[in-house]
Design a protein around this ligand. Sequence first.
Ligand code: ADP
Length: 392
Amino acid sequence: MGNAIAVLNAGSSSVKFSLFVARGDDLELQVRGQIEGLDTAAHFIAKDRDGAPASEHSWPAGTTLGHDGALDHLLAFLRAALAGDRLVGVGHRVVHGGPDYAQPVVVDGSVVAALEALIPLAPLHQPHNVAPIRRLLERAPDLRQVACFDTAFHRTNPDLAQRFALPEELHDAGLRRYGFHGLSYEYLASVLGQFDALTASGRTVVLHLGNGASMCAMAAGRSVASTMGFTAVDGLMMGTRPGALDPGVVLYLMERRGMDVRAVETLLYRQSGLLGVSGISNDMRTLLASSDPRARLAIDLYCYRIRRELGSLAAALGGLDAIIFTGGIGENSPAIRERVCRDATWLGVELDAAANAAGGPRISTPGARASAWSIPTNEELMIARHTGRLLQ
Ligand code: ADP
């Protein structure tokens, strides 16, 4: 019998989950999965640690399962899946911890209220992240919960890196650069020492390239700057988000195109990035396989934006010792890694083409001044570790 920890990542139309059990010093994945289509035709799927199907269920089209219904189903499934292990707590992925949460936190009523007060900072994600926490507090008050934040890892950024050049009153009101993907960066910082001492202790830029994409400059494993800012729209070009954009564009769209806030939000979160530029897809695999010039343009712009931001983060670090690729694109696309590495030759990166094609982990030549790596991230495990530690 071991101690088990469930991890929940609740989004607008899906809830992802995983279950870990303590084995020795670490946590072992038992089962993971998701319920998606919460408001349309909900579908539940769970897979064991080898990826083999463990359980599946579909609700008839037209039934609205909703987040509460999904949570009830998940709890029942997890309790059945425990098989003698004891569920000691649930860790939640919460997008925003505001200026103050620099660490994960054990949840009680006042913490939930504080997290709900941050909803205006991340209105598309925070409500969905926090709702299941409140629901579990009510439904299973004895089940302990921990909130882990995407912003927390960046609270080590120097004050200057967190500021906009806006009037001080707005900074004090919370308009500052928070940064995101922190659980991914923290996980990588925790494993870099297993790969290379200088990469762990030196000036390292991690590229988290998934549907959302950002980069983090780390000095000795601590975040000193990142490309995402007040929201997860800033920085790199992404699947459907543009990344850094002159704010004057938004003013123009509202004034001259008559777009309201919701229309601009839809443009910036759902219609831009790889999808908007290519007009074809937000999926990098589709674009890489396409011979359409618009797909090529989207990929060219994607890599160009990385090149520019990498220079900026290297400047923040005062040099560069290593770059790490992670996320769906970073871990799986030798073609994008190759382009980014070749663009970073001036920073001392030298690609080892064969190692890159083979997937790494090291993808630079042995003599390169700055090394390059491809290392899978594991945000769920990071959340489970925090949860286990805090609830011990
Ligand atoms: P999320 O940010 O939603 O967690 P992922 O980290 O899974 O997303 O990344 C999704 C992206 O990874 C998609 O653009 C997908 O096309 C891309 N991707 C996955 N596998 C490959 C691959 N073999 N080659 C190129 N891109 C890939």
